[in-house]
Design a protein around this ligand. Structure first.
Ligand SMILES: [Fe+2]
Length: 385
């Protein structure tokens, strides 16, 4: 496999895996198995789940092979096993877990040699390599979930990290892939962009990789609105916290008159010009009201996307519930989006410093519970024009 689309896929699979392994490189098995939070899986579960999802789709489904470990897959089913239970499961651990990741990958590459992946292929899973794009996106998205958990790991516990602080004070290996701290300074009083009312196309086109919930592309009518050019800064949020006595964001601690960041067990001064991160939807909504504004709808966000700065520093909460687009069809499996549709989850748009650029499509819809703050979530405000 030296050139062509298959070689490109193999290379991207390898790149995603390098990223996964670099995230856990400074950690020992105890840290991989530890439950740090009820709402996040132990890293060992994420790793086994990444490999198992790959085995299910790239080895069993399209390669017709039997699974390596019988019905192990049950333990890695995200819906059957809520996050708070994952630390107790008889999942693969330590050397066995690492061997499983490698063995699955070896079989994946064998199957890749055998299958047809061109644009004319009849099986929609293989057409244009859809199932490989799905797998890549899955692993890269789990990298972000792992980074959420890594915020809770005291970095000084990591033996290999000692004495290797990067300027952003993340463990040194993270700097190879992530720009941190979030990229640019946010003004205290942001400029706004006016978007004239009219008809806008929303969602992913039928071509290229996208998740089922981003389709079909459809038109929506929007009234004129204004939206901030930049996400809300730590400084602006600190004023809100003082003024309203609101709960500070996760990983903020008071230090005299000011604030420090405590993620990864560290104590560093909070940069007031960076975008605020780790706020819940309720907090984002309250901030927007306090500022005399509101959160944008996800349609407004997508319509304004070509004019927005600072996308990709923090996920941006929208006022929208996670709902199916008109004409939605579940693909390639019902459980990816459909069980989450309704008024329980709120949509976030954009992407964060921890999100791989290939995941940051303008049509990409992230969703989470409105009380969640462990995600890299921030705020951008809008108002009626
Ligand atoms: Fe997953």
């Amino acid at each position: 496999m030296t050139s062509g689309p298959k070689a490109a896929i193999a290379e991207r699979l390898d790149e995603a895996r390098q990223r996964t392994l670099e995230l856990i490189e400074p950690l020992d098995d105890t840290q991989l198995n530890r439950v740090y939070s009820e709402i996040l899986s132990p890293l060992a579960w994420d790793l086994g789940h990444i490999a198992n999802f790959e085995e299910l789709w790239l080895v069993q489904t399209i390669g017709g092979r039997e699974p390596l470990h019988g019905d192990l897959g049950r333990l890695y089913d995200a819906i059957e096993n809520p996050r708070r239970t994952r630390g107790e499961l008889p999942i693969l651990r330590d050397a066995e877990l690492r061997a499983y990741l490698a063995d699955v990958r070896e079989r994946t590459l064998e199957v890749l040699e055998e299958v047809e992946i061109g644009p004319e292929v009849e099986d929609p899973l293989l057409r244009d390599g859809f199932v490989y794009e799905l797998l890549l996106a899955h692993e890269l998205q789990h990298n972000e979930t792992m980074l959420q958990l890594l915020q809770m790991v005291d970095a000084s516990e990591s033996p290999r990290d000692a004495g290797h602080r990067s300027p952003g004070q993340m463990p040194v290996q993270l700097d190879r892939h992530f720009e941190y701290p979030p990229v640019r300074a946010m003004p205290r009083v942001p400029e706004t962009v006016r978007i004239n009312g009219g008809s806008f196309e929303i969602g992913a086109t039928a071509q290229g990789f996208a998740y089922d919930n981003e389709r079909p592309r459809h038109r929506v009518e929007l009234n004129a609105f204004e939206i901030d050019r930049t996400p809300v800064s730590n400084g602006a949020y600190a004023e809100f916290v003082e003024d309203r006595g609101a709960e500070p964001p996760m990983y903020w601690k008071r230090d005299g008159e000011g604030w420090i960041r405590t993620a990864m067990g560290r104590r560093e001064p909070l940069d007031l010009t960076e975008p605020v991160v780790h706020v819940s939807w309720h907090e984002a909504d309250a901030f927007a009201r306090w500022a005399g504004k509101r959160l944008p709808t996800e349609h407004e966000w997508e319509a304004a996307r070509p004019h927005l700065d600072g996308v990709g520093s923090v996920w941006e909460w929208t006022s929208s519930d996670f709902l199916a687009y008109p004409g939605f069809e579940a693909y390639p499996y019902r459980e990816y989006s459909e069980p989450f549709f309704g008024d329980t989850y709120k949509v976030l748009r954009g992407g964060s410093w921890a999100t791989h650029p290939s995941v940051m499509r303008p049509s990409f819809r992230n969703w989470d519970l409105p009380e969640r703050r462990q995600i890299f979530s921030g705020i951008r405000c809008a108002r009626d024009a």
